[in-house]
Every structure is written in C-alpha cells, then in structure tokens.
Design a protein around this ligand. Structure first.
Ligand SMILES: Nc1ncnc2c1ncn2[C@@H]1O[C@H](COP(=O)(O)OP(=O)(O)OP(=O)(O)O)[C@@H](O)[C@H]1O
Ligand SMILES: [Mg+2]
Length: 359
C-alpha cells in the first residue's frame, strides 16, 4: 500500500504542453477516479506515474519518495491499459502468471493466485485458451487478472471495462469495488463512464486540457461543481446550462421573454450569467408555482421514453433543455409545455468565466 503525490507534474511532447503542472495527493488505500474529455491528459498522467513516460517537469512521489528516476519495473505498480496487449503465444493461465514467474514466485503459489484471480474474473473455464480464441471482453478480463495477481502497491486502470457489454461491465464494477474493499490497494482509475466514476471513487478528479478543474467526492463534483465545465461534464444527461442576463432581480433567459427570479445579491444588474439545473430538478409545471420554483414555457422537441423515466427535450427562449420526468409523462413533440425549475437546486455561473457564483 502506498501514497501517491504529483507536484507540479508537467509533460510536453516536443514543444506542445500536454500536462500543465498539476498537483494531486492520493492517500494510502484511496480510490481516485480521473475523468475529463478525450485528449485532456488522463492516460499521460497514468503512464508517467507507471514510469512508462518521461516527465517534463515537477515530481512524482510514491510513499513520500521521489520516483522520477526510478525504473518502471521497480515502482511496484500494476497497470491495466486502454489498449491492453496480451502475449499471443501464451495461454490465459500463462498470461496471468507471467509477472509472478518473472519475479520468481514459487509455482504452487502462482497456481493459487492465478486460480483465485480467474475465479473473481470468471475466467476459470478459459485458462487453457490463447488470446486469439477469446472475445474482446474476455481479453480485457485477462488483462485485469494480470494486474490483480501481483498485489502491487498501486493499481492504475485506464478504462479497463470499455470493451465489456453493459451487464458484464456492471458485474466487473462491483468486483473492482469488492477487490478494493478487501485489499485496500491505492487505485487511480480513468473512465468515461459516469456511473463508474460516481460509484467507485472516494474522490473524483475532473481534468480539462492538461489542468485539474476540480477534485472532490462524487457528491461534491455532482452537487457542488465549482465551474460550469465541471457542472456540464459530470452527469448524464448533462446539466442544463441556460444563458441569461440579470435585470432587476430577474434572470432573463436568452433574448427573453422568459425569466426566473434571482436571490438578492446573487449577481449584479446586467451581468451575463449561466443558470445550471439538472434534468431531475425540472418537472412538468402543474397548478400554482410553489415558492422556490420558477415556471418557464417552451416547445417540446424530442421525447425519449427510457423505461424508468422519460426525458423531455424542449426549447425555451431559443435554448434547449431537458427534463427527467415520470415514465408515464409523454408530451407530444411540437406541443407547448411548461417546465418547473427547482431554483433551490439550481446553480449560477458567471459568464464567460464559468466560475460558480453560488450553488
Ligand atoms: N506520444 C505522443 N506524442 C505526441 N502527442 C501525444 C503523444 N501521446 C499523447 N499525445 C497527446 O497528448 C494529449 C493527451 O493524451 P492522453 O492520451 O493523455 O489523453 P486522454 O485524456 O487519455 O484521452 P482519451 O480519453 O481519449 O484516452 C492528446 O492531445 C494526445 O494527442
Ligand atoms: Mg486515454
């Protein structure tokens, strides 16, 4: 087990800066999830930590010791890659056993550890197969097996479940959580999957263009985003972000005529702001508007019936927004609709900086 720390960690490829001096402290046994748009530097950070990529600036510490110059194989880190490569000529058993053989672990213990990993990953029946005889999802699980048999100081996972079908993905997510609970190995995990990020993480790190935008618990980044970027990145469907201007205590959306009340002192008159509200905090308006709510009217664009709930996409003052409503609600596309916004659960961001004014 180990702590991990980035101090002003930077990476350039040639003259192009990719990671811009980030600071991050990961506690012993913590599960940290990195999220961010494609190309923001998530894999690059993992590869630098694993020692597979030189760093251009700053320091990486494992257990308080600077490892900038430490060889990858001496860092005791196991990594499951985005593009995991298995040894094609070896069986599943030998692929999983490889790193243990390399380290001279006794044969009996290797057999035990491989079979334990195979049980967890449901690979028991496939141990004699070669990688080319496996599906993509099965290969991905073998790659996981290679990492978990090692019982390393630190686990790095780079989208390890991206090739699995939805059901297996759900099962593996639970398995990873269980593994982490039993072994408590410090883990840094990259994913594009919102559910994985929210359910696995002790803390979520939201990255953007080689910077860290926010670090916090899943509840923090979901309910208390510090910027419009985080608000729009976390959550599916994404938070509604409606442009408006403050006028006399009202937020006028788009070019009007729809407006919602603002709390006193929230933003100065004529300030450009963005109102953020999650789809689940929008309902179809009925009866009188209760206190703390605001009704806006618009036109239904698209209705998606998902089973447990319905998504209603509507346009309000020329801006699109989505409401997550009860499954039996099925308004007709093209019809007029009143949507009720729960202002107490809304967010306000300054425009164009995107900094939260209050949550
Ligand atoms: N060897 C390389 N040479 C030059 N540029 C590179 C190299 N490897 C990565 N990059 C660039 O660095 C940036 C960050 O890449 P990285 O793989 O870390 O992104 P990512 O956040 O993991 O994205 P994704 O979600 O798509 O996997 C990208 O713009 C990428 O094109
Ligand atoms: Mg990547």
């Amino acid at each position: 087990m180990a702590t991990v720390e980035f101090r002003k960690l930077a990476k350039n490829y040639g003259a192009v800066p990719i990671v811009h001096g980030i600071d991050l402290q990961v506690a012993d046994g913590e599960f940290v999830v990195l999220v961010g748009p494609s190309g923001c530097g998530k894999s690059t950070c993992l590869r630098m930590l694993a020692g597979l990529e030189d760093i251009s600036g700053g320091e990486i510490l494992i257990d308080g010791r600077v490892v900038n110059e430490v060889d990858a194989r001496d860092r005791d880190i196991a990594m499951v890659f985005q593009d995991y490569a298995l040894y094609p000529h070896m069986s599943v058993f030998e692929n999983i056993a490889f790193s243990l053989r390399y380290r001279g672990v006794p044969a009996a213990e290797i057999g035990e550890r491989v079979r334990e990993a195979a049980r967890v990953l449901d690979l028991g029946a496939l141990l004699d197969r070669k990688p080319k005889q496996l599906s993509g999802g099965q290969r991905q699980r073998v790659a996981m097996g290679r990492a978990i048999v090692r019982k390393p100081k630190v686990f790095l996972f780079d989208e390890p479940l991206s090739n699995l079908d939805a059901k297996l993905r759900g099962q593996m997510r639970l398995e990873i959580k269980r593994l982490h609970r039993s072994f408590g190995i410090t883990t840094i995990y990259v994913t594009h999957d919102q559910v994985e990020a929210m359910t696995l993480a002790d803390r979520v790190v939201v990255m953007r263009g080689g910077h860290i935008e926010q670090v916090g618990s899943p509840d923090d980044v979901y309910h208390r985003p510090r910027t419009q970027f985080v608000a729009g990145f976390i959550g599916a469907p994404t938070m509604n972000l409606l442009n408006g201007t403050c006028r006399g205590g009202q937020l006028v959306l788009g070019d009007g005529p729809v407006s919602v009340p603002l709390a006193p002192g929230q933003a100065g008159d004529h300030a450009a702001v963005v109102l953020g509200i999650r789809p689940e905090d929008v309902t179809v308006a009925q009866g009188e508007t209760p206190a703390g709510m605001a009704d806006v009217s618009g036109t239904v664009d698209v209705v998606e019936a998902l089973g447990p709930d319905t998504l209603v996409f509507a346009s309000i003052s020329g801006q699109s927004m989505v409401a997550r409503v009860r499954p039996e609600v099925r308004p007709l596309p093209g019809s007029a609709i009143g949507l009720r916004l729960d202002l107490q659960r809304s967010h306000l961001f300054a425009a164009p900086s995107g900094v939260a004014l209050r949550s």
